[in-house]
Design a protein around this ligand. Structure first.
Ligand SMILES: [Zn+2]
Ligand SMILES: [Zn+2]
Length: 320
């Protein structure tokens, strides 16, 4: 395949991730600059904040949309679509798939397929986003641009392929983020018209509520790949180098308890001790109480006990 063809295919895949999928070299780990252009533009668009200024409303909206989508990513892309740690009906499944898709981290099936691969090969040479193979920047922003990272192995998400609505948002993965951006801009314009006292404009809300919120959300999410396999405590001696990191757990609503998670990925709860703050878990627990989700996988007693014993052993070592 010529370079021009490869370039054209990469551009078409911005709009349709299935375009020329039979031309992908799923073993290639070559960084693809075309895949990263929209991502760079998204970062540059944040600089428009210097022109639009800011308002309290825009800040609150940006934080709220960050929080909502972080929950959709951690609670649903990760704990539901990747690990099936609870059940829900088809409508809620779709609602949270769309909310997750608005984070511009591609579709739920692509996300889950790669995440399942990560658990199978965590920190071994096949792991696409291990910081121990490729370094920090590769694991943070490089791996998803290469053909191996772009492609989705359907066999890994066969359980979800039967839902055409999920396949659709997964295939046209720019659609939901683009629609979210347009709606946010229109909301800002409407507020400028009907509530001028708020000091909001369409462009200002787009910049804060979508661009800045999405970029922050992206970096928080991928820090679990790049940082939570390097920095933090290892309570369990898992076969990978996953870590528990309190700060990351706060920013990612519980995902920072990553060593816990690699020890027992089947659990909907990732904070194993009462003091390990896991906001996603609290929200999932509440959603179960009001009947939106059900059959939350609990943390088994023997893993809870193991955590307690590991902590006691560590403390013992310190005071002896
Ligand atoms: Zn991991
Ligand atoms: Zn996982």
């Amino acid at each position: 395949m010529s370079r021009a063809q490869h370039l054209l295919h990469s551009i078409l895949r911005w709009f349709d991730s299935n375009a020329y999928s039979d031309h992908l070299d799923t073993t290639s780990r070559q960084f693809n600059v075309v895949r990263v252009i929209p991502f760079i533009l998204l970062h540059l668009a944040c600089l428009l904040a210097f022109f639009t200024g800011v308002s309290t409303f825009a800040l609150v909206f940006a934080a709220g949309f960050f929080f909502l989508r972080m929950f959709a990513i951690t609670g649903f892309y990760h704990r539901y679509f990747s690990h099936k740690t609870f059940k829900t009906n088809r409508i809620w499944q779709f609602v949270f798939a769309v909310l997750g898709a608005s984070a511009a981290q591609r579709g739920p099936l692509w996300w889950a397929a790669h995440h399942r691969h990560h658990h199978q090969h965590s920190d071994d040479p096949q792991d696409l986003h291990s910081p121990h193979h490729g370094g920090f920047w590769w694991s943070h922003v490089g791996w998803f641009t290469c053909d191996a990272g772009f492609a989705m192995n359907e066999k890994r998400v066969r359980d979800w392929m039967k839902f055409p609505e999920l396949r659709f948002i997964n295939r046209f993965d720019a659609l939901v983020p683009a629609a979210a951006a347009v709606l946010i801009f229109l909301l800002g314009e409407a507020l400028a018209l009907w509530a001028p006292g708020l000091g909001v404009t369409g462009l200002q809300l787009l910049v804060w509520g979508f661009f800045i919120s999405t970029v922050a959300l992206f970096h928080a999410t991928v820090s679990i790949n790049s940082i939570a396999h390097v920095w933090g405590k290892r309570r369990f001696e898992t076969s990978d180098d996953s870590r528990n990191n309190f700060l990351l757990a706060l920013v990612t609503l519980g995902e920072g308890w990553h060593n816990n998670h690699h020890r027992w990925p089947q659990s909907a709860r990732q904070g194993f001790r009462w003091y390990e703050i896991d906001i996603t878990w609290y929200l999932l627990w509440m959603m179960e109480k009001i009947g939106i989700i059900y059959d939350l996988n609990p943390l088994p007693a023997h893993i809870k006990e193991e955590a307690r014993q590991r902590d006691a052993a560590r403390k013992g070592m310190r005071y002896e």
